[in-house]
Design a protein around this ligand. Structure first.
Ligand code: TRP
Length: 349
């Protein structure tokens, strides 16, 4: 017996545990990104697992991005990684486009993935809406690029939201088909999604049925990571709720989507369970709960937003982290893509 108990979802693959995730470089980051991604990445890093975290700028351009804003957003996401506690000495933080191997492997995977597989992707259907024929081809093959991101580092675990599970399944299908078609069993591991976490789904403050999103036209629907204390307090005060008091049990939150969301946010920010939140606030109305939540949110988010503002005021530090991260990422990714090219049969001198 060793004290190294395997992670609950540790895959059968014999290689090392390796965690990878990305955040798309489009639009401002919000509380949902913080609780669902950034805070969890920091916890995983602090458990000692090697983490590869990138800014998905190649994915961002599947829909139009203003070039100057894209650069700024890339730096902002890098600043958010750092401000949330990710340590560039332990984790590799980089812009996806700075490691050429992502694009190269994505092309090869475009020739492995089947049209029928991509036709089933629900995120494409949602994002392309009624005008599929006017979407970029990149938006359609978006999940293939995501598979390349993951498999390039032979990642074993991918912390993401529930909405990315289908893309993870596709990644596994691509890995399995590549391994099988080219007769290289086990070359790519079959990565596992890591969707458990304190707050897998943070919902809009205006509508408990919609995910908190940067694309929601109402800024009141989300808490941005760059919001100051006054804005955070005002948004929580105005958040939609119901006239009931908080119940004693989780069942009492069923069919009360807005109430449930605020309890979920409180639990995630305080690192306690929702049951513990209810034990503390049962019988109290939102007139009492909202100020407590606002105070908690301000104390948790203020240091993060202050550090983000500091980092964004002088991009030199962020740029150094990104450049160094890109070099360390390429040192791992380049040999993998070279091996893939050899497996596929591409000529080399
Ligand atoms: N598609 C992911 C999202 O929207 C972002 C992403 C791109 C990603 N490549 C990835 C996440 C690789 C995990 C692993 O959330």
């Amino acid at each position: 017996m060793t004290d190294q108990t395997p992670a609950p979802s540790a895959p059968a693959y014999g290689g090392p545990r390796r965690i990878l995730s990305g955040i798309q470089a489009s639009g401002a980051l919000h509380l949902g990104n913080y609780l669902g991604a950034l805070k969890r990445f920091t916890q995983l890093q602090d458990q000692g697992a090697p983490c590869f975290l990138f800014v998905a700028d190649l994915h961002a351009i599947t829909v139009w991005q203003d070039p100057a804003l894209l650069t700024a957003q890339t730096r902002e996401i890098a600043a958010a990684y750092l401000a949330s506690g990710l340590d560039p000495a332990k984790s590799v933080i980089f812009p996806q486009s700075a490691v050429r191997a992502h694009s190269e492997l994505a092309w090869i995977f475009n020739c492995v993935a089947r049209l029928g597989w991509l036709d089933r992707m629900t995120q494409f259907k949602e994002k392309s809406g009624k005008h599929k024929e006017r979407s970029s081809v990149g938006l359609y093959t978006y999940p293939v690029l995501q598979a390349a991101d993951i498999l390039l580092y032979k990642a074993t675990e991918v912390p993401t939201g529930e909405d990315q599970k289908q893309h993870l399944e596709l990644t596994r299908d691509i890995a399995a088909k590549f391994n099988n078609d080219f007769g290289v069993p086990g070359f790519f591991p079959l990565p596992e999604p890591l969707t458990q976490g304190p707050a897998p789904r943070v919902m809009s403050l205006r509508d408990g049925a919609a995910k908190m999103s940067k694309s929601d036209p109402s800024d009141q629907s989300r808490i941005n990571l760059t919001d100051d204390a006054d804005a955070i307090v005002a948004k929580i005060r105005k958040a939609r709720t119901d006239p009931e008091v908080l119940p004693e049990t989780l069942e009492g939150l069923e069919n009360r989507a807005e109430a449930k969301n605020l309890v979920t946010i409180y639990a995630a920010l305080a690192d306690i369970s929702r049951e513990q939140v209810l034990a503390q606030f049962a019988g109290q109305g939102f007139g009492q709960f909202k100020p407590a939540l606002a105070e908690l949110a301000v104390s948790a988010l203020e240091p993060v937003s202050a550090e983000m503002r500091r980092l964004m005021a002088d991009p030199a530090e962020v740029d150094r982290v990104l450049k160094d991260g890109a070099e360390r990422a390429a040192a791992i990714a380049d040999p993998v893509v070279d091996e893939v090219k050899q497996i596929v049969g591409f000529w080399r001198a």
